[in-house]
Design a protein around this ligand. Structure first.
Ligand code: ARG
Length: 398
């Protein structure tokens, strides 16, 4: 038996059914374990409020545990006709417990249920992203220590500019990632509010204990306004994707640097062979494909952020099925960014700096600004010193 939660004596058209479910029954396999934990907390609240008996509570608790074990062992699949994990859970409870199972949905709606499970998943994923960023920062820090003093010509406009060194370069990435972590903690704090108990988006016509479920589920506080709670589905996903895009932005810029610095003509950096792929026709080629993909993924994440904003803006307040499409976008993005961070970490562990190429890059013109300031120190006005050196080098401003 696999009834829909809204089953009420008519059959939905098969084409429409398949279309509205989409890939949700697959995507929701990532969500179901959170929904089980949330359902257990919800049952505890129903018990406290006197809506179910102790016996019913125990029945629900052990059935949910059984479901959890089945999922763990890979023995449970949400059926397409069940639509989503919320329906699959209720169907399982009804199948196991009969009328008791039918009581689980009292004082909740799928709208606050999906919000709750999603926020629990987001919190877990944000913690993993934080760890992956910290791991990368460590690898960048070690790289910086290894090559701190190696000086090379830095670039503006893709033309040699002034001397810099690898400590300064690597610290730039670490500082950027540190800022991303600050942003992450703000995003985390916003997500760390329990939506459970806001029902379909307009509260519930019976008393509930929202603080109890929030505490059980480890939310820092409850999100009070039910309309804003619904409104935050979309807004919070947009925030998460913005955060992820800030991280990929930093990875993108440094991936471009590494590609450029490892050009044989520049040669500051050597990419070991095991980080490169080859060409099917040109036997000599060792290509920086992982860095090119890191670079490209920034565009992927930004497009998903825009997708998220486009899907949800212009909707009036309240739940809309449009929101369902956000799940896959965000879940995929978390995985992609974790992969990017792991690959970038590997790159920093294996990169080698070619000290000779770096030294050779410090040609006369790269030291021009220093020379201007030597004259300034001797009392020559800056603009005069600048022009003097420019004339000597025989070039205009680059
Ligand atoms: N799969 C749905 C989603 O992700 C669950 C909520 C369905 N609610 C509804 N009112 N149709 O949004």
């Amino acid at each position: 038996m696999s009834e829909k939660l809204w089953q009420k004596g008519y059959e939905i058209d098969k084409l429409v059914e398949g279309f509205t479910v989409g890939r949700d029954y697959i995507v929701d396999m990532a969500l179901i374990r959170y929904d089980i934990v949330a359902s257990t907390a919800h049952a505890k609240m129903l018990l406290k409020m006197g809506y179910i008996t102790q016996e019913e509570f125990h029945g629900i608790g052990s059935a949910l545990e059984e479901l959890s074990d089945l999922i763990e062992q890979g023995k449970f699949q949400i059926k397409p006709e069940e639509e989503d994990c919320h329906t699959a859970i209720e169907n399982f409870l009804v199948q196991k417990l009969g009328d008791t199972g039918k009581k689980i949905h009292m004082a909740r709606s799928r709208n606050d249920q999906v919000l709750t499970a999603l926020r629990m998943l987001y919190k877990d994923q944000l913690k993993q992203i934080k760890e992956a960023v910290e791991d990368l920062m460590k690898a960048v820090g070690n790289f910086s220590k290894r090559y701190a003093k190696v000086t090379f010509a830095g670039f503006t406009h893709t033309r040699k500019a002034m001397p810099t060194n690898f400590r300064s370069w690597a610290t730039a990435l670490r500082d950027a990632l540190k800022d991303d972590l600050k942003l992450l903690s703000v995003v985390y704090e916003l997500i760390d509010q329990s939506p459970l108990g806001t029902g379909a988006g307009y509260g519930l016509p019976i008393p509930t204990d929202r603080k109890l479920t929030a505490k059980e589920l480890g939310f820092k506080k409850i999100q009070r306004n039910p309309i804003y709670t619904q409104l935050s589905r979309g807004k919070f996903e947009y925030l998460i994707l913005h955060l992820l895009s800030q991280i990929t932005y930093d990875l993108n810029r440094f991936a471009s640097d590494i590609i450029f610095f490892s050009l044989p003509d520049i040669g500051y950096i050597e990419l070991p062979k095991e980080l490169c792929t080859g060409s099917s026709i040109m036997p000599q080629k060792l290509n920086p494909d992982p860095l090119e993909l890191i670079r490209a993924y920034h565009s992927v994440i930004v497009s998903r952020m825009i997708e998220c904003s486009m899907i949800t803006s212009n909707l009036i307040t309240g739940y809309h099925r449009d929101l369902q499409l956000l799940k896959e976008i965000v879940i995929d993005s978390f995985q992609d960014v974790k992969d990017l961070l792991a690959v970038m970490k590997k790159v920093f562990e294996k990169l080698r700096v070619n000290r000779i190429s770096c030294f050779n890059s410090l040609t006369d013109e790269v030291l021009a600004t220093q020379r201007v300031y030597e004259l300034v120190k001797q009392g020559v006005p800056f603009r005069d010193a600048y022009r003097l050196i420019a004339k000597e080098l025989g070039g205009g401003e680059k």
